[in-house]
Design a protein around this ligand. Structure first.
Ligand code: NAP
Length: 497
């Protein structure tokens, strides 16, 4: 099948792209997703307690406000419902190709088209928007003996709802954003919970509350009310988040967190284990009111020794201790800097994005990549945020994508890709902004790739990112028109960083 634009992924990124394209008059597109429903990470993560730690009014599309949010921080179910409702609200359903896993997407330079091999058949497209998302493929730790475990193992993003945890001996590996949400939920039900912690998290209070019916009515009926709340939240979150970079603000926030720890955990030995000893903010600051209290319950043990191996009836740690378990839940995060989709995308000359991004990811404005014509990558390198809504970044990228498509349409352009030079300049600028920040130097985290570069976080205000992606700058691109040779030598992309 031939289509103008192919979108990979039907989560926030893919649906946002579809709606923005549709509204801008680019109606010849399809959205592929390997799942049997839309929603992406909000479809896949259904673990108990799954919720967003960004305010609902911000964690939604600017063009699709939802006056019915029931809580200031929405639950997974509500966000998933919101995304599903957007499909019908904007007439996207006919464009969806669910249960279509993109197995390969390769650029055909002669035809100036992307050739897509999917589990539901082959397609061609002029433009490819990759919205597969950085949190779509669970990271499963390579622990010796896992195959011999006699019980049940699952990842938090593939929760086994058919596996009743009542009375079970459960081992939880990982103490990140997901684990701190499901641990307090399962603790009252399980017989025993052993939590394997590698790094204690900085945790702040979760200041959430129900949104009253009156407020919902105001958002429904008073023009601009919800927009005003969103604008206020945007400003507060964007500036507050960056405030963490200031040593005084950081010290104050760290003191607040430690005070909450002292209040919630009496046992000095446990408190010592849970005390973070690195600069706040170098990995995601978590929010929870019930995680630390749950760890004080008699059926919970926090283990800080490393996991040496898995045995049929439990886990053995490096101190030789055996920890009985019949269920292992992996709260071990995702393949963020090494997503499997990148091996499946092949640009000019057959080079895969995975190869281009080895050992480190590089992209022009986090969105386009030298050597990969007409490819736009949502939530690409250095577009992640720890302090506010990533939907804002997606929308900023979509603005650039639309600007590019409009420019191409107006000028009869077949293909665009950033020049190696433009990509290099962008990478250098991001590197300079990152240098010396807590995200680069604070601790080892999944923000950093194997070279030690932070390729995930945007080191600045969202506002700054949005400004930089407002316009399509033709001079930064290698441009192909019918019968025209590109304005950049062929070999350039190979050594672009
Ligand atoms: P994560 O933040 O990457 O945390 C993974 C945890 O597993 C960390 O504690 C890590 O320890 C530990 N771990 C990984 N491999 C291990 C191993 N081999 N042995 C022992 N421990 C291991 O993953 P996540 O909690 O699933 O969250 C991922 C991201 O999802 C978040 O950062 C956030 O962006 C997003 N998320 C967002 C929300 C939200 O409310 N918006 C909610 C949930 C998740 P180390 O810290 O030592 O590496």
């Amino acid at each position: 099948m031939e289509t103008d634009v192919a979108i990979v992924g039907a989560g926030f990124g893919g649906l946002g792209a579809a709606i923005r394209l549709q509204r801008a008059g680019f109606t010849d597109f399809v959205v592929f997703d390997r799942g049997d429903d839309v929603g992406g990470t909000w479809r896949d993560n259904s673990y108990p307690g799954c919720a967003c730690d960004v305010p609902s009014h911000l964690y939604s599309f600017s063009f699709a406000p939802n006056p019915r949010w029931s809580n200031t921080f929405s639950s997974q179910r509500e966000i998933w419902d919101y995304l599903r409702s957007c499909v019908d609200r904007f007439g996207i359903r006919p464009k969806l190709r669910l249960r279509h896993e993109v197995q390969e997407a390769s650029w055909d330079d002669k035809r100036q088209r992307w050739l897509l091999r999917t589990s539901g058949g082959d397609h061609t497209a002029r433009v490819l928007i990759c919205a597969a998302g950085p949190l779509s493929d669970p990271a499963i730790p390579d622990l010796p003996g896992m195959d011999h475990f006699a019980g049940t193992v699952f990842h938090s993003a593939r929760w086994r709802h058919d596996h009743d945890l009542t009375g079970r001996h459960v081992a939880v590996i990982g103490t990140g954003a997901s684990a701190i949400q499901f641990v307090p939920r399962i603790q009252p039900t399980v017989g025993a919970l052993t939590l394997f912690q590698r790094t204690p998290a900085w945790i702040m209070p979760r200041l959430s509350r129900r949104i009253s019916r009156l407020e919902q009515a105001v958002f429904r009926t008073v023009p601009g009310a919800q927009r005003a709340v969103r604008a206020a939240l945007y400003l507060v979150r964007d500036t507050m988040g960056l405030g963490f970079l200031h040593p005084a603000v950081n010290r104050l926030a760290s003191r607040l967190s430690l005070r909450m720890l002292r209040r919630q955990v009496n046992d000095p030995h446990l408190r010592d284990k849970l005390t973070p000893r690195y600069t706040m903010g170098c990995k995601r600051v978590l929010i929870s009111n019930d995680y630390w209290p749950a760890l004080t319950r008699p059926n919970v043990e926090v283990v800080t020794a490393g996991i040496e191996r898995i045995v049929p009836d439990g886990l053995v740690t490096t101190d030789g201790a055996h920890h009985r378990a019949d269920t292992i839940i992996l709260g071990t995060g995702f393949h963020v800097t090494d997503s499997p989709i990148v091996a499946r995308i092949r640009g000019r000359g057959g080079r895969s994005l995975g190869e281009a991004w080895t050992p480190s990811m590089h992209a022009y404005r986090g969105t386009a990549i030298a050597g990969f014509p007409n490819l736009f990558f949502l939530l690409g390198p250095n577009t992640g945020l720890g302090h506010t809504s990533v939907v804002l970044m997606i929308e900023a990228q979509l603005r650039l994508v639309l600007a590019a498509l409009r420019h191409m349409r107006a000028n009869g352009i077949q293909a665009v890709e950033p020049t190696g030079d433009a990509q290099r300049r962008w990478t250098e600028r991001v590197g300079q902004k990152m240098s010396g920040t807590v995200w680069q130097t604070g601790c080892s985290s999944w923000y950093l790739d194997t070279t030690g570069r932070n390729t995930t976080i945007w080191p600045g205000l969202v506002t700054g990112f949005r400004m930089r992606l407002r316009r399509f700058r033709p001079a930064d691109y290698r441009i192909v028109t019918a019968g025209n040779t590109p304005n950049e030598p062929e070999r350039e992309h190979a050594d672009a960083v």
